[in-house]
Write a protein that binds this ligand. Structure first.
Ligand SMILES: [Zn+2]
Length: 317
């Protein structure tokens, strides 16, 4: 399927190469519905930031790929920035192929729960299918803790990425970008104590691979206190949530991270917007009345993220 638009999606490879050269990171924001998509695209378009929209298997199930593709098509037609559409955490070769055939410009094959050799074999299969079609592929090596699409990985099962394995993995698969595990985790509860990322390991990975190879950081929401507070002030119960502090992003970017995934923060902003509206306007029941402010809250957050990651003004016009 091709998109019905004169503007085409761009592969993530191109965006990430530009990011490495320009020493910034491209935010990859998870999309589940129209309002969140509009918020992200409006924010990026206003700040002239290249953009990665990503869809998880859960989002595909929730909204259906056909709807999401049409929404992204509308986003392309109503903006001027380069946009990639990326599958987040494809668990097998089939889902990656389905997304490639459906019009995505990038896919992630996540074989991180399998053995090193199995991970290589499945990643290679996706690369062989994707590259002749001009589609970028991301893979994952190492294993993040946390909860992603209801799959939970405990802290003791998390495995940090081995630099030597990273080099071998990239060479044998030809994958375009690699998600690594250096201490981030999925969900709102990333750190029990002080947030800590293993920057030494990141440097070692970077030293082992080619200097212009883009690395990806998953589980990188900051879980801002003020967003959690809005949710909790208006009836939520989200105690003790802790994310990646924003000052760590420039440090990560300096060491070769070119794509940073953000999902939880969008959820918090959206939920906070809805909760606040309901409490302040108990008589309202028109979805536009409460989804509008939620969308505005996500837009404001994404603008902030774009500035933190240095992506503003980087869209080639
Ligand atoms: Zn992830």
């Amino acid at each position: 399927m091709t998109l019905c638009t004169t503007r085409q999606l761009v592969p993530t490879k191109e965006l990430l190469q530009n990011a490495l050269k320009g020493k910034y990171a491209v935010g990859a924001y998870n999309v589940n519905n129209m309002e969140i998509l509009q918020a992200i695209v409006e924010a990026a378009d206003e700040l002239k930031a290249p953009l990665i929209l990503q869809v998880s298997a859960g989002a595909r199930k929730y909204a259906s790929q056909a709807y999401l593709i049409k929404l992204v098509e509308a986003a392309l037609n109503s903006s001027t920035i380069p946009i990639a559409l990326h599958l987040d955490h494809g668990e097998d070769v089939e889902i990656c192929k389905a997304c490639i055939d459906g019009g995505f410009s990038s896919v992630m094959i996540d074989g991180s729960k399998h053995t090193f050799e199995e991970n290589i074999a499945m990643t290679k299969k996706v690369v062989d299918y994707a590259h002749p079609r001009g589609i970028s592929v991301e893979a994952e090596l190492g294993r993040l803790a946390g909860v992603e699409d209801n799959i939970s990985v405990s802290e003791k099962d998390a495995i940090y990425t081995n630099p030597r394995e990273a080099k071998e993995f990239i060479e044998r698969t030809g994958v375009d970008s690699l998600a690594i595990a250096i201490g981030t985790s999925h969900g709102a509860y990333k750190f029990k104590n002080e947030p800590k990322l293993d920057f030494e390991r990141l440097e070692a990975i970077k030293a082992a691979i080619s200097a212009d190879y883009p690395l990806v950081l998953h589980g990188s929401s900051s879980v801002p206190e003020e967003l959690v507070k809005i949710c909790n002030d208006y009836g939520a119960q989200i105690p003790g949530a802790k994310g990646v502090p924003e000052f760590m992003f420039p440090e990560a970017i300096k060491r070769g991270i070119a794509k940073i995934n953000i999902d939880t923060d969008l959820r918090l902003a959206f939920t906070g917007g809805i909760r606040k509206h309901f409490v302040e306007n108990p008589g309202h029941f028109d979805p536009r009345q409460y989804l509008g402010p939620a969308r505005a809250a996500v837009k404001e957050l994404v603008k902030h993220k774009i500035q933190i990651l240095g992506t503003d003004g980087k869209a080639a016009v």
